[in-house]
Design a protein around this ligand. Sequence first.
Ligand code: H53
Length: 777
Amino acid sequence: MKFEKEISSFLELEYGKTPQDATPTQLYNAVSKAAMRFLAPSWHKQPGKKRACYFSAEFLVGRLVYSNLMNLRLLEKCEDYLKQHGIDPAVFEQIEDDALGNGGLGRLAACFLDSAATHNLPLDGYGIRYRYGLFKQYFKDGFQKETADDWLRFGDPWSVCRPQEKVMVEFGDQKVWAVPYDMPVIGFGGKTINTLRLWEAQGVNEFDFDLFNKQQYELAVKERDEAEWISAVLYPNDDTPQGKRLRLKQQYFFSSASLQSILREYVARHGEDFSFFSQEYAIQLNDTHPTVSIPELLRILMGEYHLPFDQAFTIVKDTFAYTNHTIMAEALEKWDVNLFVSVLPSVYPYVVMIDDSLKRELRSCGILGGDQEKYKIVCTNMVHMARMAIYATHSTNGVARIHTEILKDRVLHEWFSLYPDRFNNKTNGITQRRWLALCNRPLADFITQKIGDGWITDLDQLERLRPLADDSTVLAQFMEIKAEKKKELCAYIKEQEGVQLCADFIFDVQIKRLHEYKRQLLNAFCILDIYFGLKDGRVKDFYPTVFLFGAKAAPGYYRAKGIIKFINEIARLINGDPKMKGKMQVLFVQNYNVSYAQKLIPAADISEQISTAGTEASGTSNMKFMLNGAVTLGTLDGANIEIVERAGEENNYIFGATVQEIEEARDSYHPKKLYEENPRIKRVVDTLIDGTFSDGKTGMFKELYDSLLEGADWHKADQYYLLLDFIPYCEQRLKVNRDYADRLSFTRKCFLNTANAGKFSSDRTIMEYANEIWDIG
Ligand code: H53
């Protein structure tokens, strides 16, 4: 049946509605289901090919309906259909994103799936089907408030539940069913369709009839409720783990279920001969979150199939590979041994076996006694997951060049000395399908007009734009597109936030999770410095600017929440000051998520990437901004380094201490001295305590002030060097501002950023994984 007919007949059958009187949710379900029928014949595994499996606790896929239709080449048909019936094609924007991820790590996983399917690489995702994704955020009196993300209330037309493929997962104190829901991952053009398999936890017994009959209703469903808790909520911490029992259960839950389902497939083909296993499967561990898969596979092979340790361990090592996404020491996961044993008593012995094998290997390398401490997987009553992930796999990679170098030179240096060949770099990337073709159609059309549409699956072709960088007509068109996207964003923000922004201002944007190391507070201080400078007459000829923020703070992260409140206070001061009219506006948007990013990024002129050098492993929004023609105002950190290497330092704005400079400054760093000696620094920092702003008597601002000047029990003063980089940052920001006034030459910089973004496609990254780690290329 034709796609359009399929939509209408679904509406009629399921809801008894015509397109005109269907609700947006009904239309959404009908369109999605029609597309699912359309793709069904191509959704199968190619036999006889090695498959790679991406194990990840997060897949932040975002709104799927438009991207899936685009990849199936049905988007225009669908839009025509809606228009014919008098419906706005943007109707599905009312359907919220799913948010089964926190930030960069989960979004990267989603980009990888898109890229692999597009390039016909057999890669499947395995994760958790959280009942509630990342919380929704709103502000009340400038404070962050959280509500549950009930993403299923719109239905879930893109998943297929496969109850017949459920598996049992056993904990020390509990048994649960893991029920798979499969989502198609549609490559561009619709030829390859891979699978994202997300597991839901269900009780083994629906309820206990005995207890029910005794009218003990709560007890009757207790077992079921406790099972469902396992996949109930996504932990809202981005890159700072919480050593919680339920979190370990989640990790084991999806690791064990995924391995069982893979083994079931394998055994159906080969019986109990496991000699082909690592030739047929590669498993990538996305951070340490799924690392418990390592002892679990060992347990299954040894405990259930009776393989000897050496043989089983070789299979494990050849199958698994590990990606590290952070250098922050506190983010490398460790589990208390007692907790681990009580949750996973049958897995722990295999952790010990791996640790024993490691110790034997260390001994054979002449590493003895106390020298073994820094390697041991079980050490000081903790299970070190990163150590296990390095030791028991054949590959450990970082996610940007500098990040991998820091792993090798410092954070994991001892491991690099032991296994230099295991370490490799895979600089992150982003999919240009979502982050250009879909989110910036005017720019996509413009590029296609100039160089054809090959860039959609081969982003290096953007290079062919370079010769046009000196053509002022081309630049004028490019500028016009940015202006159009700014207007669209203003309309959207007016609707969402009730704030009218000036579309002809510079748009300066910082969007990412709220974390001290990402330094939103530095951005805030600099805005204040400009504000005071404008009032004092120190800052002249300032090009009017909108400063935009978007970020969620982990609900338990007190300082991050203080920073949000502080920025909202700054916004209130500046936006309410009549003297600032026509000069600057500040806005922190609420509930920043993938769909919001798709609107903010195309409208940005300046991409704020200002983390302390050596703290951000890669960053990926930096690449999205670059692709959409924004300049980077940033430090030499993460992938920023590779971005300016490609686009030219002269087309971006780099400032601040380098990794080496920070290292050298570390011991003698004295932020209080900078504060006392520099009146500009003092003035902005003092706004935290001098009554300029109110933190609603929470003490949050004073705590921030102390963190900068005094430190705390667990860290030195100003651990992220805000005050060190403050003046260079302000200067560079004013330089961008001045440069912007020369509209043509600034647009040329933006244009060259787009033209040089080819390297940052996740197509390139995923092919490197495929060829160099998984051997599926
Ligand atoms: O992963 C991104 C990086 C980014 C890094 C982020 C990340 C998380 O989102 C969560 C946990 C974690 O260890 C790291 O902070 O720099 O770009 C993808 O690699």
